[in-house]
Design a protein around this ligand. Structure first.
Ligand code: SPV
Ligand code: MG
Length: 547
């Protein structure tokens, strides 16, 4: 059975619009744009190999290209098989190969072997005798396994200057030999020649046109004249040439990619076209055994005016503490725990953010958005288990190791020292702090957390210090399930246009998860970390961090 048949479309009556494709990507774009079918163009497939359209490529090379196109789309693919790669005997193999490759049909033209592209001027142009081509068409119909596999006969009589009578005689002979449709090619600069042909055509099989040299013809004119399919054979290829030349020329002139950044496809666009999300899903399903390290996302986009002028020329994460930036310290700790896939979300003074081996993504709206928005800039890193780190904390690596050992779907590091300090009247000044209430409050001087960690009931700056059982330090881990829950709740809130979502903090989304019944567990620590929120913090960091 032909995978995506063309013949029912041709029988539909209205004009079938087919786009020429030269590879899988151009075919995907044509499908995305809503074309009914793909024309796997010999002209384009040759051009992308840098050779003329003159049977320079072999059957197998073209077949390979067609296979990739067929695999990339769901709509029917018509393979441009030039002259069938030889005589009727060669055609038998040609049809077998292209049918097995999943094409919806083949088009075989009456050019002699080797063919010359219809538009090349000043080249030899010989057609095979009408009877010989009719036998090739008959051989093609005899060779197909599925009667739904389309055999389109193409005559080059008008291209060769043989006139409408010859074109008509040939089209009739090919239809009589069993062709499902006849492509009448013309290189006239308007539709007049083909319209004249169509007027004398008896309509026994549908007609196909390739409006390359007469691009002004309208769909209504084509269908009014009796054409059932229009093939826009090479426009995508020509558009790509202009776009590539333009971008490359500009980059060569300016010496920077920035000059074209706004007019080229985003990387995300490319990822979507090539199915990166499917790749990730498959990795999750088939590769990860559960013991692979998670990815890490460091949020380092924000600007905090109270730290001026300390952060005048760099973001907080790039502040040095005893010769190493905070970011370097974090990345070293992550690497030390085997976490090598690290994404840093930068915003304020983004040009200054640098650390070996990290991937950088931008939140250029850092001034008006919150941590959640920053996190979503790294969305492609959230497809499986991931660690979240605020970019302004210094911590003992053992804390990271404890977090990584958690089996919870969502685990957040909670410093229980806050509770004791507050009780002792030593709670730090400043704030507001990201405080937490757990279901197992610390009880007196000694405390042992339940297996798997205490469940968190409330989290965020709204928790009053007097109620708090600890402080969230800005480190969390999400398993693949936890990450999926986070994205689900985010998308639900985004879909409902939740007010203030763009400004939401991490604790907002954690609380939203808790409110929806998602368990969030505490990994308890007792000190061992610092954040840099003020000059005092920075001074203390210098004083306390060992070299
Ligand atoms: C092709 O795209 O390869 C075609 C159409 O055969 S044309 O180039 O117009 O001949
Ligand atoms: Mg061709």
């Amino acid at each position: 059975m032909t995978r995506a048949p063309l013949l029912p479309l041709l029988a539909r009556g209205d004009l079938v619009l087919a786009a020429g494709a030269h590879d899988a990507l151009s075919a995907k774009l044509a499908e995305e744009c809503g074309f009914d079918a793909i024309w796997a163009s010999g002209f384009g497939i040759s051009a992308v190999q840098g050779v003329p359209d003159a049977n320079i490529l072999t059957l197998t090379e073209t077949l390979e290209a067609v296979r990739r196109i067929v695999d990339a789309v769901r709509i029917p693919v018509v393979a441009d098989c030039d002259n069938g790669y030889g005589n009727a005997i060669n055609v038998i193999r040609t049809v077998g190969e292209f049918e097995r490759a999943g094409a919806a049909g083949v088009c075989i033209e009456d050019n002699d072997f080797p063919k010359r592209c219809s538009f090349y001027a000043g080249v030899r142009r010989d057609l095979v005798a009408v009877d010989e081509h009719a036998r090739k068409i008959e051989a093609a119909t005899a060779a197909r396994r599925d009667p739904g596999f389309a055999v389109i006969a193409r005559t080059e009589a008008l291209i060769a200057g043989l006139g409408i009578d010859e074109a008509l005689a040939r089209a009739r002979a090919y239809a009589a030999a069993g062709a499902d449709a006849v492509l009448v090619h013309s290189k006239a600069s308007d539709f007049g020649e083909l319209a004249s042909f169509a007027r004398v055509w008896d309509g026994r099989v549908p007609l196909v046109a390739v409006p390359t040299t007469y691009p002004g013809v309208t769909p209504a004119e084509l269908s009014g004249a009796g054409f059932r399919m229009a093939i826009f054979a090479n426009q995508a290829l020509r558009a790509a040439i202009v776009a590539m030349r333009d971008a490359l020329g500009e980059i060569r002139r300016s010496g920077q990619a920035e000059s074209v950044e706004q007019r080229i496809a985003s990387l995300e666009d490319v990822y979507a076209l090539v199915g990166v999300s499917e790749l990730k899903a498959n990795e999750q399903r088939f590769l990860f055994t559960g013991s692979e390290p998670p990815r890490a996302v460091i949020l380092a986009a924000g600007f905090e005016p109270q730290l001026m002028p300390l952060i005048q020329d760099r973001p907080k994460t790039m502040l040095e503490v005893k010769g190493r930036t905070i970011l370097d310290r974090q990345v070293a700790a992550l690497h030390g725990c085997g976490v090598r896939d690290v994404t840093v979300v930068r915003g304020y003074q983004k040009e200054c953010v640098a650390a070996a081996g990290v991937r950088l993504v931008d939140n250029d709206r850092f001034g008006e958005t919150g941590e959640l928005y920053s996190l979503m800039r790294a969305r492609d890193a959230l497809g499986g288990a991931f660690l979240l780190l605020y970019g302004d904390i210094i911590f003992e690596p053992s804390i990271l190791a404890r977090l990584l050992a958690s089996r919870a779907d969502i685990a957040v590091v909670v410093d229980r020292a806050f509770h004791d300090a507050y009780r002792a009247g030593l709670a730090p000044t400043g704030g507001p702090f990201d405080l937490v209430v757990t279901e197992t409050p610390p009880n007196g001087r000694r405390f042992v957390a339940p297996d798997g960690g205490s469940r968190i009931l409330r989290i965020g700056p709204e928790v009053a210090p007097a109620d708090a059982h600890g402080e969230f330090i800005g480190m969390a881990m999400f398993s693949a399930t936890g990450a999926a829950a986070l994205l689900r709740v985010h998308d639900e809130l985004a879909g409902g246009r939740a007010e203030g979502l763009e400004r939401a903090s991490m604790t907002h989304i954690l609380q939203a998860l808790i409110d929806r019944g998602q368990p969030v567990s505490a990994v308890d620590i007792h000190q061992g970390w610092m954040e840099i929120d003020s000059f005092d913090d920075y001074r203390r960091a210098w004083a306390e961090v060992a070299r």
